[in-house]
Design a protein around this ligand. Structure first.
Ligand code: 173
Length: 323
């Protein structure tokens, strides 16, 4: 008698658990964090997308935006995705070189993400991201945003001797090749570093310096820009694999819709250039030959460092990323 009660309740428990998983297989909620500030342009662009995903994805897939670097510090987001502490992240490769050094190679792409999906680059990226990062590379939401040197000290040639420049892994080897003293900080610490004179300048893309008020502490921008800021959505691989076929198809549809909005960035770059000028930020530019060698040097140093870091993968990526 006792035995059969025990057995019945055990069965009831299993049945209840079964019901739960049957219900949750219909709709999944993914927890997303951003390695970039919540009030910055990248999250501003992501929010309406999340709203659309949730509005159209009732009963299929929902995204729960947890927050920015206050929720998970910028340089810890990659590990949070890898270990499944969160399901999804908005980040850039430079922020998770602690997971895999190859993450930072994505700044070296010179072709649109739409083309990367066609020429095998996207698959090649995912093979590495899956194997080394336990991560699925989902979509690139920023393109055509070259990086620049912003400085408070005037330079008249591409030489940063004597300057202390805030970096992330994006800029390290290039700025060191230009003789800079480099200091790594997350974006959230740039303003204070400028204010206290800990740095004389910083690396950042053409757009977004107003988001954290850096224009107040910036005198010059060096042209031309170099590389292309990569800001992408990634996902914990087991969480991605656990999606049902309809859930994955729905997510894929929305990711492609997000990438289709990337034409925005060219216009934004032009607007931000103008806005910097109006804010009194002077442009430092070089003659054509010097400008070309400056840009070429950025890519030469970038690929040389990639090849040193991870020769086999750099060799695989280079032809797929280049024009
Ligand atoms: O923080 C950075 O300067 C950086 O690495 C980065 C990368 C992509 C977009 C914006 C900033």
């Amino acid at each position: 008698m006792l035995k059969s009660i025990a057995r019945n309740s055990a069965l009831a428990l299993i049945a209840a658990a079964g019901l739960c998983s049957a219900a949750s297989a219909q709709e999944v909620t993914l927890r997303l964090v951003s390695a970039f500030a919540e009030n910055g342009i990248y999250v501003q662009r992501l929010q309406p997308w999340i709203q659309k995903v949730n509005a159209e994805g009732k009963g299929v897939l929902q995204i729960n935006f947890i927050g920015g670097p206050k929720a998970i510090p910028t340089f810890e987001v990659g590990n949070a995705v890898k270990t499944g502490v969160v399901d999804m992240a908005l980040a850039t490769g430079a922020f998770y070189t602690n997971v895999m050094p190859e993450a930072d190679f994505l700044k070296l792409t010179q072709i649109p993400v739409a083309e990367q999906r066609k020429n095998g680059a996207f698959d090649a990226i995912n093979k590495v991201w899956n194997e080394k990062g336990n991560t699925q590379y989902l979509a690139r939401m920023v393109e055509n945003q070259p990086f620049h040197i912003y400085s408070n000290k005037k330079i008249d040639k591409p030489d940063l001797t004597g300057l202390k420049i805030r970096i992330t892994p994006v800029y390290r080897d290039f700025f060191q090749a230009l003789n800079a003293n480099v200091i790594t900080t997350p974006p959230g610490e740039v303003y204070t570093a400028l204010e206290r004179g800990v740095v004389d300048g910083y690396g950042w893309p053409i757009g977004g310096i107003f988001d954290l008020n850096w224009q107040e502490k910036t005198k010059y921008r060096v042209d031309p820009g170099f590389y292309d800021a990569e800001v992408s959505l990634t996902m914990n691989l087991p969480a991605y694999k656990k999606l049902t076929e309809p859930q994955r198809a729905y997510l894929q549809k929305q990711l492609l819709a997000l990438e289709a909005q990337n034409t925005f960035w060219t216009q934004y770059a032009a607007e931000e250039t103008e806005r910097q000028k109006k804010a009194g930020i002077e442009t430092i530019s070089f003659d054509a030959a010097t400008a070309k060698s400056f840009r070429d040097k950025a890519y030469d140093v970038g690929w040389a460092s990639a090849a040193k870091q991870s020769p086999e993968i750099a060799a695989r990526f280079k032809p797929l990323f280049s024009k």
